[in-house]
Design a binder for this molecule. Sequence first.
Ligand SMILES: *Cc1c(COP(=O)(O)O)cnc(C)c1O
Length: 239
Amino acid sequence: MTDRRAQLAENLARVEERIAAACDAAGRARQDVTLIVVTKTYPASDVRILHELGVRHVAENRDQDAAPKAAECADLPLTWHFVGQLQTNKVRSVVSYADIVQSVDRIRLVTALSAAAAREGRELGCLVQVALDAESGERGERGGVGPDGIEELAAAVESAPGLRLDGLMTVAPLAGPYAGRQRAAFDRLMEFSSRLRGNHPAANMVSAGMSSDLEDAVAAGATHVRVGTAVLGVRPRLG
Ligand SMILES: *Cc1c(COP(=O)(O)O)cnc(C)c1O
């Protein structure tokens, strides 16, 4: 076993233990929470090792970094999630490899994603990214739509050709009333998810929680956690 492989295996085992313990504590089945490993800034060789270690979901946040990596790993049966703020001029590229875009936060993006998915003749999963710190009608610092914009976007995704509405995503806010209150933030997201499922029963995916707060997300009811640092190590540069 190479050093890198041993290191990733150990980190992955530790994250797996944390998820299992959080599921236990919440009375949830382990299989109800999916681990997505955020591989941003790390090379395709790491993605390949992670696949060998049993990872099936990976996430990226920048198209420049993700596109060549996904191409190098095209032979692997992985689900690719795009979790970064997405400019419409990058949509065609992202749709060529992403299975799910978790950062849908404006109508213009829905339109562009739909056109690109239709062009590729495929169905793209979409999560509406919720900014718990955004004022009414605004987008958050780290992307996302304010809570009062969720239903409009969800309806737009659902009626857009080539797109499938899968659920909601959030990043715990650094500012505003939820700063430092991850559990409260994720509970709030779950309320929005319940409301969403009232109108869109199939949109039951809830993506929340990262390396530092995955336990809070599992406790709140997240179906997907997005873990980077705890598996791959501290990122070599901002990403
Ligand atoms: C980088 C990133 C993560 C992973 O964060 P870690 O703290 O490294 O686990 C999760 N979600 C999004 C949207 C990210 O950009």
